[in-house]
Design a protein around this ligand. Structure first.
Ligand SMILES: Nc1ncnc2c1ncn2[C@@H]1O[C@H](COP(=O)(O)OP(=O)(O)OP(=O)(O)O)[C@@H](O)[C@H]1O
Length: 309
């Protein structure tokens, strides 16, 4: 009858309202952070990152001390430098995995790749985006890929967020993390690694202060035609906490990457095949074939060719 239809209709509406509210509640709730454990980050870097002793050391110390500080005076700002495929994106993901339950897929991890958008419109959008994200969730992470291609206006917009005691419109940025990735300095780092190799010295002997590596990287940033001046204004104001050099990878590291891919793809680990795939990659200098030109990039695609054989 009519009365029971009205009751049923009312029930349906109430249930729908409750369901929608639940969905809204869960999608707008911040995801829980992981309890940060330095030993976990150390173990991840030790197991999943090959041939980057300086990176492992500096990232572990920088992230651990930042996370241990309940009241940091500025956000953590890391600048990763090195040639292609040496692990800059990979390490950003390892950091994210140790901070957020959903790792790099967390809604609090934001990756930007500057893609020739109109710099003015992009700057306006970016400023608002970063502000709102940190207002909603102070422990947000922002990863900027291809920083060397970024326009001065865009760098200028990020600058106030990185500063000491940064409060922008009442929002504090002290708990946020900014990671800049670029190939700038890659040549300087690769040349240094090559010199060590020529002198018969171990790669592990290369230190952050070897030939003032950090200064050499910042100098090569300043020389960058497009973003040099503005990027170096970040340096002058000491807004970047650490310049982290990623060394070019050797054959043995590329082999490890192939084995890691086999593991990831649930394939039987085959050291002989890993060697074959790794040797198939381009190396430099051409005669001695010491370092992989593309690092571990496209290892997965190369492996797929062999697996299909
Ligand atoms: N040092 C490394 N240790 C372990 N795996 C690595 C390393 N370097 C690269 N890889 C693997 O190769 C893939 C490509 O590397 P990644 O994207 O991190 O390079 P990148 O340095 O960011 O390069 P680009 O400058 O071209 O963006 C990674 O997803 C990872 O699987």
């Amino acid at each position: 009858d009519n009365e029971s239809m009205v009751v049923a209709g009312g029930l349906i509406i109430t249930t729908s309202v409750v369901l929608v509210s639940v969905v809204i509640y869960f999608t707008t709730q911040p995801e829980p952070l992981r309890t940060f454990n330095p030993a976990g980050l150390k173990s991840d870097l030790g197991q999943a990152l090959f041939g980057q002793h300086i990176v492992s050391d500096v990232v572990l110390k920088a992230v651990s001390s930042f996370m241990a500080d309940s009241n940091p005076n500025k956000p953590l700002v890391l600048s990763f430098h090195g040639t292609a495929g040496t692990g800059k994106n990979h390490v950003s993901k390892i950091i994210a995995r140790n901070l957020y339950t959903k790792g790099e897929n967390s809604k609090h991890v934001h990756t930007f790749i500057y893609d020739n958008q109109d710099p003015n419109a992009y700057s306006v959008w970016l400023k608002q985006f970063i502000h709102t994200s940190v207002e909603n969730f102070p422990r947000s992470t922002f990863i900027f890929d291809e920083m060397d291609k970024m326009q001065p206006q865009v760098i200028d917009v990020i600058k106030p967020f990185l500063d000491y005691n940064a409060h922008v419109n009442g929002v504090s940025f002290h708990k946020a993390i900014f990671i800049f990735l670029s190939n700038t300095g890659g040549k300087v780092i690769a040349d240094l690694a090559l010199d060590f190799w020529r002198e018969g010295r171990k790669r592990e002997e290369i230190k952050m202060h070897s030939r003032d590596l950090e200064i050499m990287i910042s100098e090569s940033i300043s020389k960058n035609e497009k973003s040099g001046f503005w990027h170096s204004s970040l340096i002058e104001h000491h807004l970047i906490d650490h310049f982290i050099p990623f060394l070019p990878l050797e054959l043995r590291h590329v082999r490890q990457c192939v084995l890691a891919e086999m593991y990831y793809l649930n394939k039987t680990l085959d050291a002989h095949l890993a060697d074959k795939v790794a040797r198939d990659m381009p190396f430099f200098p051409k005669i001695h074939r010491v370092f992989a030109e593309k690092g571990c990039k496209s290892v997965r695609q190369k492996l797929a060719l062999y697996v299909d054989e």
